[in-house]
Design a protein around this ligand. Structure first.
Ligand SMILES: [Zn+2]
Length: 249
């Protein structure tokens, strides 16, 4: 009993210190959207939209965790007391398991983004499935449970991987808008912010694709989050129902 009471006190203290670290007028989280484990596919680049209101955004980061940029992304999110979903590669999780855990412990949602980030379309089916299996193994090795969501590398959906994700009731996450934060694009802070604001105006919110493995994105994130806040958008935090099967009561 003593032990349980002590842990609860420590947790409350940790929550209070985290809260006090927020910047004034922090972006925060407007609401949590809990998704069922039903193999839905979201993101208007390829599929239908998430059930979001006009002006709501979901922050997503791909390709990490990578020491340095991912640390800076975590700092920028914490300063705004806001939450994101990180689609991690199995290869980076295997290399940096502690950093992967830090992302989750900071309150963010985690999903899988393949093992080696290959172009699945150019691979025979058995190799595609081997990458998925290796990715899932790395994910389970770090987080202790199977990924609730998967984002295809380069958003290249393939039938063999999709079939397995369907069997496992994994959500497929595409995107609604992005900031094109990859080489050889111009990735100066002002350019990334202008791209984000332009896309947000056009789409009126949605799932935003960014890359936490990318130094320029990490550097620009405080300004990107400020632009989201200053333009009146609200952050929705994604969660998944527990368990891989249907929920029984
Ligand atoms: Zn990627």
């Amino acid at each position: 009993m003593m032990r349980a009471a002590l842990s609860a006190t420590v947790l409350l203290w940790a929550a209070a210190s985290a809260a006090s670290a927020c910047e004034p007028d922090a972006l925060g989280v407007a609401r949590v959207l809990t998704l069922k484990r039903e193999h839905a596919r979201y993101g208007t680049a390829q599929y239908g939209p998430l059930p979001l209101q006009k002006g709501e955004v979901v922050l997503t980061f791909d390709d990490g965790p990578v020491p340095g940029p991912t640390d800076r992304v975590l700092q920028a999110l914490a300063a705004q007391c806001t939450q994101a979903t990180f689609f991690m590669t199995g290869a980076n999780l295997a290399k940096y398991p502690e950093l992967g855990l830090r992302v989750m412990r900071a309150g963010h949602a985690v999903g899988l983004h393949s093992f080696a980030h290959p172009s699945l379309k150019s691979m025979p089916a058995p190799e595609q499935l081997a990458d998925l299996e290796q990715g899932e193994r790395a994910f389970v090795g770090v987080f202790g449970s199977a990924p609730p969501a998967y984002r295809f590398p380069f958003l290249e959906e393939t039938a063999p991987v999709l079939a397995v994700l369907k069997e496992r009731k994994v959500t497929v996450a595409s995107v609604d808008l992005g900031i094109d934060d990859w080489a050889p694009n111009d990735m100066r802070v002002d350019t990334l912010v202008a791209r984000l604001v332009g896309q947000l105006k056009q789409k009126e919110g949605g799932i935003i694709l960014m890359h936490d493995a990318n130094g320029p994105t990490a550097d620009a994130l405080p300004a990107l989050l400020k632009a989201i806040r200053d333009n009146g958008y609200k952050v929705v935090s994604l969660r998944w129902e527990d368990g891989a099967g249907p929920i029984t009561h």
